[in-house]
Write a protein of this length. Structure first.
Ligand code: M6R
Length: 613
């Protein structure tokens, strides 16, 4: 987590960095800081709290300078206060550093540096790193780039760093390992950032640094990259496809609401050019070379975290039902520490919106080491997961800025549906008529999502009724069980109401004890193989005075009569129900959170991409 941004060029650095920090605030908002060189002074300002707190503070300070670095923090080492905020000074205050990641062996390095007379002011691993660089520079009498290189060779862990030194106000030094860093190349200016969002309005030319690479950006010079063993690397310049409008709220009160409403478009963008129902065509160009391997796989292992893990659970149903390939779904964080059994012929698919989630990346690296074919489904183009995988498919949902994942989830499910259909077609596991009808149905999903969104007012009314609940249960069966999990996660992460998702039939093995007149129970009771069973589960809740809020298929009569409230979604193939049933639950969580006065886009303690273990 944490967002870093830096600028060197002919413009004033502060406004560029400040705007960049606001764009990156989704990565952490515990504190923010900035360091700028104005002629001969290195001015450093930092404050606990959001970027706006820093902005207020800097109003009375000298914010001039055409070179600077900035940071927005999600605390790991040390509480989120002014002192632990980044940037951190070197001992002689001539240099400052910003850092995203964790230096795992900082304790040992710190002890060594303490014994050599260094004094530390913060509890952070980052301050240790800048002192180490300073120590090396002075003791080994090397220039700053070399000191950074030597220091990085002795640290373990993850880093994306930028170092600024008042001894050289014409140069920034940046490096990365397991935390993202992008260099934007403008005309006589450079931008550095955790992702391309702070860069896109100034230049479309970017270079994504690879692990253990060091970038030296210097006024009047071309970008220079070396790796930490000193080898020169030729920068690979890419053109950004990102558009500025996608980073703005576009009239919505929150990014989350905007992203919920974008789903007809994001689902369409996800299958555009990949699906043609009238021709019976599904094609995911990114995985073409791996289709035979997938078709012949003994099993597929899907790894992910959070919402992306819920998408994997939907993927499990789809691949097993349509392509008849056994699927195991794993929390990336558990998988990586379990000495998992991976056989030749296994395929591991990682799903991640950001493509930077540390546990998911580590799980993939482990699977790769053990000989599996590794594939990725990511939203962020050029992200770490998309680059280490053998192949994969982007979700093309556009930037997702709200911390709560919404359109990324439906796009992930769309890609999984396309993949499962493609492999099923290749394997011949699906009757042509069912295949064709699924293709037709998938094409009609964006229109059906619009119909669900049209019920916003009704969902807002229901939210008002349950906004003061202390607990909530979410129930689903079969392919809607992951939807129940996702509904519960959305509610708890943005409104801080305790919520649990359960397979409906499991309720009687424990959770039913919680049911009383104060317990709202959200049930996905759509038409399909388990409908009658879910009706029985609803009756069990009603018999104990629980309140039922049901998601039903248009035209339903039975559940509507039993439910306290219901939300209708258009009829569709059972395999595609998650794409529709998730949406009212997203809206409901959103409205409840707003009514409770919560910060919807930046819920407490969370960050958008979790780049630490
Ligand atoms: O970027 P990823 O998809 O790898 O992120 C995984 C989770 O951190 C993420 O889905 C998280 O659970 C969201 N806050 C859920 O809304």
């Amino acid at each position: 987590m944490c967002g870093i941004v830096a600028y060197i060029g002919g413009q004033e650095a502060y406004p560029i960095i400040l705007k960049g920090l606001k764009r990156l605030e989704y990565r952490g908002y515990d504190s923010a800081g900035i360091a700028l060189i104005d002629e001969t002074s290195l001015n450093l300002y930092k404050r606990a709290g959001k970027v706006s707190v820093l902005e207020d503070f800097v109003k009375t300070c000298n914010s001039r300078g055409s070179i600077g670095i900035g940071h927005t923090r999600w605390a790991t080492h040390g509480e989120p206060n002014d002192v632990n905020a980044h940037p951190h000074f070197s001992g002689d205050q001539k240099m400052a550093i910003i850092h995203n990641g964790i230096i795992e062996n900082y304790d040992t390095i710190k002890e060594e540096l303490l014994s050599r007379g260094h004094t530390f002011h913060s509890d952070t691993d980052t301050e240790v790193l800048i002192h180490l660089i300073e120590d090396i520079q002075k003791s080994e009498k090397v220039d700053l780039v070399e000191a950074v290189r030597i220091a990085l060779n002795s640290v373990h862990g993850a880093y994306a760093i930028v170092v600024i030194s008042k001894d050289n106000p014409n140069r920034l030094i940046a490096a990365r390992k397991s935390s993202p860093l992008v260099v934007g190349i403008g005309k006589d200016e450079f931008f550095l950032a955790s992702d391309a969002t702070p860069i896109v309005e100034y230049t479309k030319e970017v270079v994504y640094l690879d692990d253990e690479e060091i970038a030296i950006v210097e006024r009047g010079e071309d970008l220079k990259i070396i790796d930490i063993s000193k080898k020169e690397i030729t920068p690979y310049v890419q053109e950004l496809e990102l558009h500025l409008e996608a980073l703005e709220k576009g009239g919505y009160e929150h990014f989350m609401l905007k992203e919920i409403h974008e789903q007809p478009r994001s689902i369409y963008d996800c299958f555009r050019g990949r699906l043609n129902a009238s021709e019976g065509m599904v094609n995911l160009g990114g995985i073409t070379d791996y289709e035979t391997k997938m078709k012949n796989a003994n099993r597929i292992i899907m790894v992910a975290c959070g919402t992306s893990w819920h998408a994997c659970l939907v993927g499990e149903y789809l691949f097993e039902d349509l392509a008849r390939i056994p699927v195991e779904v794993e929390y990336a964080s558990e998988f990586r520490y379990r000495n998992p059994i991976i056989n030749e012929g296994d395929i591991v698919i990682a799903i991640s919106q950001s493509g930077e989630t540390a546990d998911t990346l580590a799980a993939l690296e482990l699977a790769k080491k053990k000989g599996a074919t590794i594939l990725g489904i990511c939203n962020v183009v050029g992200s770490s997961i998309s680059r280490i995988t053998d192949a994969g498919s982007y979700t093309h949902a556009g930037p997702e800025i709200g911390v709560a994942s919404t359109k990324a989830f439906t796009a992930q499910v769309t890609v999984l549906t396309l993949m499962a259909l493609r492999i099923a077609k290749r394997k011949g596991t699906l009757p042509e008529s069912k295949y064709r009808s699924l293709l037709n149905e998938l094409e009609s999903i964006p229109e059906k999502v619009k119909k669900v969104l049209d019920q916003n007012e009704k969902i807002q009314f229901i939210s008002e009724v349950y906004k003061d609940a202390e607990n909530a249960l979410y129930l689903g069966r079969g392919i809607t069980f992951p939807v129940a999990l996702e509904g519960a996660l959305k509610l708890k992460e943005i409104s801080y109401i305790h919520a649990e998702g359960y397979p409906a039939a499991e309720m009687k093995h424990g959770p039913i004890a919680l049911i009383d007149e104060n317990m709202p129970v959200f049930v996905i009771a759509t038409k399909g193989t388990s409908y009658e069973k879910v009706v029985s589960n609803i009756q069990e809740v009603k018999a104990r005075k629980g309140k039922i809020i049901a998601i039903v298929t248009e035209g339903d009569t039975q559940v509507k009569e039993m439910a306290d409230h219901f939300i209708e979604i258009p009829d569709t193939n059972e395999n595609l129900v998650p794409l529709l049933a998730t949406i009212p639950l997203q809206l409901l969580s959103y409205h409840v959170a707003v009514m409770r006065g919560c910060n919807v886009d930046q819920p407490r303690n969370l960050a958008k991409s979790v780049t630490v273990e």
